[in-house]
Design a protein around this ligand. Structure first.
Ligand code: RP5
Length: 168
């Protein structure tokens, strides 16, 4: 695989199953990425270093996923000037609402582009990353347009299948 341009960082290995959605979409689009586990709370120095050194290794944007008191995306954003996309993890006693608020409610000055809670957010993080990278990559832009067109076709096919089943 060529050098990663997207860094996916997660607070725990318990986030990996959800973030496989991100990996799946980036793979589909041929975007090289790496997945790392590093916690804002349990390994703060390592997390800071990972974020701080990312741009120097050719990373163009960072996707940060964490649950509960989810400081990871904000901490990562504070340590880099790269765009940071945050994915709040579901689960826990508050079903991801804690992570959503912690990720989205960044004070003015350090933005985190926050996606939906859980798998939908993980998928959209990859698509949003593709959209950002498409600004300077026309072949990726064409793939993204084809992806959107295919989605529309699938909706129509599902509707046709529904209509056919209701005529039986
Ligand atoms: C966060 O705490 C992680 O991102 C994870 O979503 C959550 C729970 O972590 P584990 O206790 O499963 O390691 O830091």
């Amino acid at each position: 695989m060529s050098n990663p341009v997207v860094l996916i960082v997660m607070g725990s290995d318990s986030d990996v199953p959800t973030m496989e959605e991100t990996a799946k979409v980036l793979t589909e689009f041929g975007v090289p990425f790496e997945m790392r586990i590093s916690s804002a709370h349990r390994s703060p120095e390592r997390t800071g270093k990972l974020a701080h050194e990312a741009a120097g290794r050719g990373i163009q944007l960072i996707i940060a996923a964490a649950g509960m008191a989810a400081h990871l995306a904000g901490v990562v954003a504070a340590e880099t000037t790269l765009p940071v996309i945050g994915v709040p993890m579901g689960g826990g006693p508050l079903s991801g609402m804690d992570a959503l608020y912690a990720t989205v409610q960044m004070p003015g000055g350090i933005p985190v582009a926050t996606m939906a809670i859980g798998k939908a957010g993980a998928k959209n993080a990859a698509l949003f990353a593709v959209q950002i990278l498409s600004l300077t990559d026309s072949s990726l832009r064409e793939k993204f347009a084809a992806y959107r067109a295919q989605m529309a076709v699938e909706v129509e096919q599902k509707d046709q299948a529904l209509q056919a089943s209701r005529r039986l």
